[in-house]
Design a protein around this ligand. Sequence first.
Ligand SMILES: Cc1cc2nc3c(=O)[nH]c(=O)nc-3n(C[C@H](O)[C@H](O)[C@H](O)COP(=O)(O)OP(=O)(O)OC[C@H]3O[C@@H](n4cnc5c(N)ncnc54)[C@H](O)[C@@H]3O)c2cc1C
Length: 530
Amino acid sequence: MDAAADVLVLGSGVAGLSAAVHAANAGHSVTVLTKGELAHSATRYAQGGVAAALEDTEDSPELHLSDTLAAGAGLCDADAVRVLVSEGPDRVRELMALGAEFDRTGDGETAALALAREGGHSVARVVHAGGDATGAEIERALVAAVLDLDRIVVREGWLALDLLVDDGRAVGVLGARPGAEPTEVRARHTILATGGAGQCFEVTTNPALSTGDGVAMALRAGVAVADIEFMQFHPTALHHPSMPRPLLSEALRGEGAVLRDERGVAFMAEEHPLGDLAPRDIVARAIARRLNDHPDVEHLWLDATSIEGFPSRFPTIWHACNEVGLDPTHDWLPVAPAAHYLSGGVCTDLDGAATLPGLWACGEAACSGVHGANRLASNSLLDGLVFAKRAIDAIERGKDGSDETGVMRGVAGLPAQQARPADPEGAATRADVQRIMTRDAGVLRDATGLERAGRALATLPGPSSPEVANLLAVSEALVAAAFAREESRGTHIRTDFPESSSHLLGRFAFVGGDAPTFVPLAAPQPEPAR
Ligand SMILES: Cc1cc2nc3c(=O)[nH]c(=O)nc-3n(C[C@H](O)[C@H](O)[C@H](O)COP(=O)(O)OP(=O)(O)OC[C@H]3O[C@@H](n4cnc5c(N)ncnc54)[C@H](O)[C@@H]3O)c2cc1C
């Protein structure tokens, strides 16, 4: 066992790498433990960009705040969103100072950042790189910064298995390299930045590594987890057998692309005043309902033929379409929803502190309350940047545990849940979990399906690997919370409870045990007009 680092970061996406850079720059010794190569993450797949109200535009943090609250469908924590939108612009500028190159309009001294508009945003505020390769550029810049800093030790190919807890404090993790015995990796502070859990479903935009490991570790340790029923389904994944599903970014609709039904009729104008630029949950619901009504139809269409300069503006999407024989300038593109973003996760206060002293969470693994029931497009890279920095600043100030702010208000950690450990002889596979979740816990849910999913997950044989055990733990929590939330709100759509309920303005939190506890919002917001 090596000497304990000051800060142990689990994961090397935008959140983990940002935390590592800030911690090292503040003089801490840092270990980054990541289960693949350093540059492997969901971050590098991000297309559209980073939303931030930068200077010299018609935009403002207040406007970004109101768009984020509207998308969140009454469940955002307004204080957390205020932090996100007010500190976000500085974090984007820091990324540029680190070397991330965002697209610009014009040349030389007069070149301004090129800003795109996406669904749910009332103005153009999304910075992007390489057209639609924003995540790859951010990951590149952050990996280079990490490799430049002597205080950071990188351990690639290490799977974090479980949190180490001594005397009620997180002190690191049990980790393993392939084929080696698990080893303790100790640290004064442990940061969960392990990303999302799209792999709970058969059809997802997330890479194979997005198995909800950090959330599952938190559940097993009795650390509070909330909002797990709010899995965001991206409305426009390319309908094609490849996995992860190629994403057709919302920015396409920002540039004029139009959704068409199975007969070729544009339909979003009848669904929402913002039409094709409606919030993501509204668009996913509109598509899922049409597919549900016509079981013989597998996809609808995205008509992007009006977009000028498609290959240079969206090179990643252009390439993905060409690979499957589609030319977006002539062909309508087949689309269907795919699991995309986990809005809930490990409960944190406004500094990223979890309910266990010494434990922090940021990025998609965390639930700081900024996304509520539905994440606004391009707010998640920003979330990772902002709350990673806040966690390190708080550690700098000597903070050790959470205070009762943000999503944490009224939520506490309790004794650990009984989770099923991985069993080398076990038979349940990733595909088993995905099949159950896709059939009964996807975009449209009801009590009968969720009950069936809960029973099917509970009767699976032992999970065949630690990642399958984690998928199973997150899926069971998702199904339990989705069953308990008897309403439709944001990305959680119950066909048996089609309206939102004013009695459910709060979170279903797991604080030990298998059943979620309802925690009313400390400061409810007015229900947004949707
Ligand atoms: C196709 C696609 C397009 C997107 N487009 C956008 C966009 O335009 N704008 C936007 O804001 N967001 C976008 N998103 C969402 C955004 O990319 C993610 O939410 C964000 O990158 C998550 O960052 P993260 O650092 O939290 O996690 P990730 O980037 O997923 O990184 C998680 C890291 O943790 C590691 N890890 C996981 N488990 C373990 C373990 N047990 N042990 C060790 N290491 C572990 C992984 O290997 C990985 O390095 C998109 C997502 C996808 C999939």
